[in-house]
Every structure is written in C-alpha cells, then in structure tokens.
Design a protein around this ligand. Structure first.
Ligand code: AMP
Length: 399
C-alpha cells in the first residue's frame, strides 16, 4: 500500500509517501518555519529533482496543498495522480482518554479530535487542518489517526496521577497523558538494536528535543514516566511553551496585568519557552547564532533549556533505578551538538560522557559515548512516519 504520512507540528510539517509493504520511502519532505516565513524541502526518491525553496506558508493548509502539488508534479513527482495514495496516516497529538490506539477517521473521530483541542491548543488544530485538507483533495481515501498519547498508557498511576483531589482524575480525567509517544517508541526500539540487546532488558531515557520537547523514561520497552503531562505544555522549556511552572504564577500575573485565562494561555503556549526568555526566536538555530554573537538572553534561554533536560535525565535515572542509554532525537536533539554537550556537561557523575568528535554528528544515528563511559549516549533520528505508516496499513487492511 502507498501510505501518505502527515505529521503536522506547531511550526513544521513532515511528510512521507511510503510503500508499507516493503518500507520504501517514495518521497519525503519537510515544511519548516510555518507561520514565520516558510521553506519546503521535497525529496523524490525516483531520481527526479529535489525541490528546496522558500515557499510562503502562512498556515498548514498552504503547506499541505503544496506537498500534494509536488507529489504529482512533472518535475518533482513520484505518482501520476493523488488517486494512487491508498491511505493517509495522520499524526494526531492528543487523543485524551478517547483513543488508546490508532483509529480509522470518520466524522465521529473528527468530532472527538476537535473535543481534544483545549488539551493541545497548538497541535490538534494543525492536525485537524491536515486531515481536512487531505480529505478535500482525496475524497474517499481512508485516513487513520495515530495518537501521540498511546505509548504512554503503560505509565503506572504513581507517574500519571497529579497531587490534586482524586475526583479530578475520576470525573474529569485530569492526569498525565504524555506525548511524542510514536517518536519515543521508535527511537527506543532503534536504541535497543544499537545496543544489541532485547528492549525488554534495557532502561532508556529518550530526549525528544524539537520545537516541542519531551523526555521519557522507558523501562523494558514500556513508558514509565514522561515530562509532558495533561497537555503538551508541561515539562521542559520549549520553543514557545513554558513547560513546568509554579501554578500560583498564573493568578499572580493575571491579577497584576488584568489578563483573561485565554490571554494567559496564549502567553504560556505561544510567548514563553526559549522565545519568551530570549525575546529573539523560538528557533534554536537563531538562538545558537545570537548566543554565539554574545546575546545574553539567547545564552540564558539555551542554559535554561539544557539545565531542564539535564534535571529530567537525573530524575528518570532515579525513577528507573538506573539507565543504560540516553537518546537524543528530533530537530534539536539530532542536530544540536552544543545543546547535547551542555545537557550532558554535569552528568559525568552518573556515567554519562560524550565523545566530542562523535557528538559533532547531525541528523544520523551515532553512538556518541565517550570511551569508558558507563551509560551510552545515542543520537537517533526519529521516524514517526514509518510507525504511523505501519499502523495505518494494518488498520486499513483490517488487521
Ligand atoms: P522539530 O520540532 O523536531 O521539527 O524541531 C524544530 C527545532 O529543531 C527548531 O527549533 C530548529 O531550530 C531545530 N533545529 C533544526 N535543525 C537544527 C540545526 N541544524 N541546529 C540546531 N537546531 C536545529
């Protein structure tokens, strides 16, 4: 089956057209800086020309329209008609408690995904736009939703229950859900292969560091804790999201500045994180560049981010009673040697040490462990698309 996988994030959109029978990637691409300016790299795997240009992408709708245009285009295409696409697999961030596994999309599912918008205000709307754009252009093609929350359903209650009145869990389902599950599942499986051990026998800490970031403790292949929570707003500082905060700050700031809850939410989701601290950008490349030029707030934003990830690594080693390997993945994790070095700087006491040369790697799977270090440090490009394609093909085939 030819499966188009759509992974619409807050400022980026990755896509792949895969043959799910043999795992071949027919074409793949990345739309970046959506809502900022826009750049699209489309790589057909049939020898046709790569498309790598700035393209105005004010929203995800324009991004997907352009992707479909490229997939069938004479110069860059890999199929002659969108009809060749057997099914579309969509990454959907928040499934609440409605979805414990991937599901065929129908109107009821769309309604349920819409109901989850308040839980993931940056992501579910982008996911919905992706689904709607595809349904419009490819009517009748089966669409599957693969939820980021599913992998973390193995967390024990002590990890997912918040210290709030218990009724809020029982009646309102307020609990830690965790996100980036498809990515954490993929890279931990890959890590076990790199370590040459069955996944059941290894304790892993997976650091998915991108525009959104989360850290997961994965013991024996099962997620046992993760930094994101009820929504993807929790955990480490992110591109524009605040991560963990003292909840009393909300009331203090709302009273002092006369902010409504919705205005406060906008601050926490869109104006915080490294963007908020630096006042420069949510993009780590911009922060690296301006910090190197001596901008103190860009430096501080990077320090806050790395310090936060570092603390989660220490916490999760404690949660699992040890760790065999730390994994870096996603935009920053795969491509940010300085960020990785800063995160690992103080972790030598627990056996984590980076090989400076191997740590220069960008975007490829590398064992970056220093000689003699007890804990492995692995850089592993994530491949959520492959996992989504397999789920999609299985559901469409009725398996
Ligand atoms: P993602 O959400 O996984 O697409 O990651 C997006 C983030 O990765 C953005 O903040 C980018 O700045 C960052 N990123 C991508 N490439 C690089 C790079 N070469 N060096 C540093 N950061 C990068």
């Amino acid at each position: 089956m030819k499966i188009l996988v759509i992974n619409a994030g807050s400022s980026s959109l990755k896509y792949q057209l895969l043959n799910s029978d043999n795992g071949d990637v027919l074409a793949k691409g990345l739309c970046e800086r959506i809502g900022i300016d826009g750049h699209l790299k489309h790589t057909p795997n049939n020898g046709k020309e790569v498309f790598n240009e700035d393209v105005a992408m004010p929203t995800h709708a324009e991004a997907i329209e352009k992707v479909l245009e490229l997939l069938v285009s004479a110069d860059h295409g890999v199929i002659s008609s969108a009809k060749e696409i057997d099914a579309v697999g969509h990454r959907v961030v928040h499934g609440g408690e409605k979805f414990a596994s991937s599901v065929m999309i129908d109107e009821q599912v769309m309604d349920a995904i819409r109901e989850c918008i308040p839980l993931a205000p940056l992501h579910n709307p982008a996911n919905i736009i992706g689904i709607e754009a595809c349904r419009k252009v490819m009517p009748g093609v089966p669409m599957v939703a693969v939820f980021d929350t599913a992998f973390h359903q193995t967390m024990p209650p002590k990890a997912y229950i918040y210290p709030l009145p218990y009724e809020y869990y029982e009646e309102d389902k307020v609990r830690r859900y965790g996100f980036h599950g498809t990515s954490h599942r993929f890279v931990t499986q890959e890590a076990a292969k790199m370590l040459g051990k069955p996944i059941e026998e290894v304790k892993l800490i997976s650091c998915h560091l991108g525009n959104g970031s989360s850290v997961a403790a994965v013991d024996g292949g099962k997620s046992v804790d993760t930094s994101m929570g009820f929504t993807p707003l929790a955990g480490v500082a992110m591109g524009t999201r605040c991560g963990d905060l003292d909840p009393a700050i909300l009331e203090y700031l709302m009273n002092k500045h006369g902010l409504t809850m919705s205005e406060m939410q906008t601050v926490l989701n869109k104006k915080s994180g490294v963007q908020g601290i630096s006042g420069v950008s949510s993009d780590f490349r911009d922060l690296d560049a301006t910090a190197a030029e001596g901008n103190p707030r860009s430096r501080l934003a990077l320090d806050v981010f790395c310090y936060g990830v570092s603390k989660y690594i220490g916490a999760y080693a404690a949660a699992m009673g040890g760790v065999d390997a730390v994994i870096f993945t996603a935009g920053v994790g795969e491509n940010g040697p300085d960020t990785r070095a800063l995160i690992c700087e103080k972790l030598g006491f627990m056996g984590i040490a980076l090989d400076a040369e191997a740590n220069k790697a960008r975007g490829k799977a590398v064992d970056a462990t220093a000689a003699g270090a007890k804990v492995k440090t692995l850089i592993i490009p994530t491949n959520e698309e492959l996992m989504i394609a397999m789920d999609t093909a299985a559901i469409v085939a009725g398996k």
